[in-house]
Ligand binder design. Structure first.
Ligand code: PAF
Length: 287
């Protein structure tokens, strides 16, 4: 695995791969690599001949300095994990490489969907996330990019941005591939933030996946949103240590909440804080 830290070195490696006719896939990350990221690299490998990964903790997508400072950083371990999972090039830029001349400003708007759910609780998060993803796409120009299904709203917004950019001739096509959420044996969705949870907090954090599981195995077609909401909420009432932020059922095609009378497939999305750590999860359910 080649490690590059500058845009010039990245572009050199990419142009070598491209001129030898290789299909390029890209896995952007913020580091603290876990098995969920490894599954993204594996998916990238099975969809291309050349895998580029990046580790960049993007200051523009944090609305709290504490959250940014507390974001886990383990460069040496991350390098090992990405190398052994088959990454060809790892891009490890500084803030100056990504936003030259101190120009760390938002250039993308996540629009209406960007202001809902995660976007409501983390102001500006999605504008900042799209800004860095767009910048990274400009640099890597991948044929394929892989994003985890756990960050469902992020995935939706990246797909929407790429569709619009391609439609307006600003970008060559990029296939965005969704990687299924990887879970601990108990159901907790893997996340870099989990390492900040103590063992008892990890148990409380199961409330998120339990709520999704309860709805998906107990709510039948036609039962409705209200019942599903009540069932899922009961898990959080029984686990006060998991402080619920939102619990909603959205149309996976628009990411807007389904109406009260809706029946059919919906994406259940949930966010809660456990021990000061913000956690999200989601799953498809039938209402
Ligand atoms: O999901 C993440 O780790 C980040 O939001 C991403 C896509 C790498 C952009 O900083």
């Amino acid at each position: 695995m080649k490690i590059v830290r500058t845009v010039a070195d990245l572009e050199h490696e990419i142009s070598k791969a491209r001129s030898s006719g290789k299909k390029i896939s890209f896995v952007p990350t913020m580091g603290a690599i876990h098995l969920g990221h490894v599954s993204l690299i594996e998916l990238a490998k099975s969809n291309s001949e050349f895998v580029v990964a990046s580790i960049f903790v993007n200051p523009l997508q944090f609305d709290s300095v504490t959250d940014l400072e507390q974001y886990p950083k383990h460069e040496a371990a991350d390098i090992k994990a990405l190398e052994s999972s088959g990454t060809d090039v790892l891009f490890l830029p500084t803030v100056e490489q990504i936003y030259p001349n101190g120009n760390a400003v938002v250039t993308q708007s996540a629009g209406l969907v960007g202001s809902l759910f995660e976007g409501k609780s983390r102001k500006g998060h999605f504008d900042g996330m799209l800004t860095v993803v767009s910048r990274l796409f400009d640099l890597v120009q991948p044929n394929v990019a892989i994003f985890g299904a756990k960050d469902a709203q992020q995935l939706f917004l990246v797909k929407q941005m790429v569709r619009e950019q391609i439609g307006s001739g600003l970008r060559e096509p990029i296939e965005i591939i969704e990687a299924p959420t990887v879970r601990e044996p108990g159901g907790l969705a893997l996340s870099s933030r989990n390492e900040r949870l103590s063992a008892p907090e990890q148990t409380k954090a199961l409330a998120l996946s339990k709520a999704i599981e309860l709805v998906s195995s107990n709510v039948e077609l036609g039962a409705g949103v209200a019942l599903a909401h009540r069932l899922a909420s009961s898990v959080f009432s029984a686990t006060p240590e998991a402080k619920l932020d939102y619990l909603a059922f959205v149309n996976p095609e628009t990411f807007e909440p389904v109406s009260d009378g809706f029946t059919g497939r919906a994406l259940m999305i949930v966010a809660a804080e456990v021990g000061g750590v913000r956690l999200i999860d989601n799953g498809l359910v039938t209402l």
